[in-house]
Design a protein around this ligand. Structure first.
Ligand code: FES
Length: 366
């Protein structure tokens, strides 16, 4: 049975999270301990290394979106926690550090992101710079709590006062002396972490799956250093910081119809004189839906309009939260700042940027 899907029909995509605590980690960084409402708990299950997109009141009254990595681990029983470091001249980080207090509520999209190890049982190399420690700490704690592998973590900072989570890292090292090695790199003492110097420091761990988060020059130096040691690029995962410019909370408006999987036989490719329409079969959360996908329209817009709770964050091709895989048919991406050639060759695409090229396309989010 087909249901008419005219205009925005889905409910609110953000959820209200209660602020259980605000922790001053350093003079520049605050952690917000958050609790989703019981009815949204399932939507806020997350993987280590993922992030939340928070909805903040903007300076002109319009909402703005800001993404913050989760520093907590989903495997230790601790509550969900994001850590925010003040960015010079940045609006969102200052607003959060200055205005949010215990007991208040923040609106957020569910966790998203692909900066997460496929297995916690392998040995890992983790590299963080400054507040880039946030997702890296989540991965480290998860690997130690849930997996079997060893973890080497190199953490670069300007000086000792900028080290976030110093006590937590020390405690983790004490509790897992045989599995966790933390190497602090303080620029005030050791100088800049250049490619050559990083290459020397990371050489013993160059055969490991590697996760890097921090300033772009640090990530470049780590990647170059590891590649000179022979680490394949596919084994080096980088988390990018990006800033959002549009209103990602606005519901797109695409006039289309959607059918349940059982009705696929009735769903036909539709050719109109005005607009070519592709039939898309989408598997998400164990359910398969068929939607009609007008040419030139991003897949994510079609899904959100149809009431499908598809993951996303930036809607600008910059974060990878909306990554899906094309199983059959072809698409092209209008913009892509995150997927590399190998990802694309393996069929991955950004739903927020994918437009159809063939009459039928099959997509999976699993
Ligand atoms: S939502 Fe960020 S890349 Fe698509």
């Amino acid at each position: 049975m087909s249901e008419p899907m005219s205009g925005p029909t889905a409910g609110p995509r953000t959820h209200r999270l209660r602020v259980l605590d605000v922790i001053a980690e350093t003079s520049e960084a605050h952690s917000l301990v958050l609790q989703p409402p019981p009815e949204s708990a399932d939507r806020f299950a997350y993987r280590p290394g993922q992030f939340l997109t928070l909805k903040l009141p903007g300076p002109d009254g319009k909402p703005v979106a800001r993404c913050y990595s989760l520093a907590s681990s989903p495997h230790t029983g601790e509550p969900m926690k994001v850590t925010v470091k003040r960015v010079p001249g940045g609006y969102g980080s200052h607003w959060l550090c200055d205005h949010v207090a215990t007991g208040e509520e923040l609106e957020a999209l569910p966790p998203a992101g692909t900066f997460t190890p496929p297995s916690l049982d392998h040995d890992l190399l983790l590299v963080a710079g400054g507040s880039g420690i946030t997702p890296v700490l989540s991965i480290a704690k998860s690997a130690l709590a849930q997996g079997w592998g060893r973890v080497a973590l190199l953490y670069a900072n300007r000086d000792e006062s900028s080290v976030i989570f110093r006590d937590e890292l020390r405690e983790l090292t004490e509790n897992h002396p045989d599995r966790l090695l933390v190497l602090h790199w303080l620029e005030s003492l050791q100088g800049l972490p250049t490619t050559d110097r990083l290459s020397a420091a990371l050489a013993p761990y160059a055969d490991r799956e590697t996760f890097v988060c921090g300033p772009e020059p640090l990530m470049d130096a780590v990647e170059q250093g590891l590649r000179t040691l022979g680490t394949p690029g596919a084994r080096i995962h980088r988390e990018r910081f990006f800033s959002l410019s549009g209103d990602v909370f606005e519901t797109p408006s695409v006039e289309e119809r959607t059918t349940a999987a059982a009705d696929i036989t009735t769903a036909q490719h539709v050719n109109t004189t005005a607009q070519h329409v592709t039939t898309a079969e989408v598997e998400l959360d164990g359910e398969t839906r068929t939607v009609r996908w007008p040419s030139g329209t991003p897949l994510l817009d079609v899904l959100l309009t149809a009431g499908v709770d598809a993951p996303y964050s930036c809607r600008e091709g910059a974060c990878s939260a909306c990554t899906c895989r094309i199983v059959a048919g072809e698409v092209k991406m209008l913009r892509n700042d995150v997927l590399d050639d190998q990802d694309i060759a393996e069929g991955y695409a950004l739903a927020c940027q994918a437009v159809p090229l063939t009459d039928r396309v099959r997509i999976t989010y699993s």
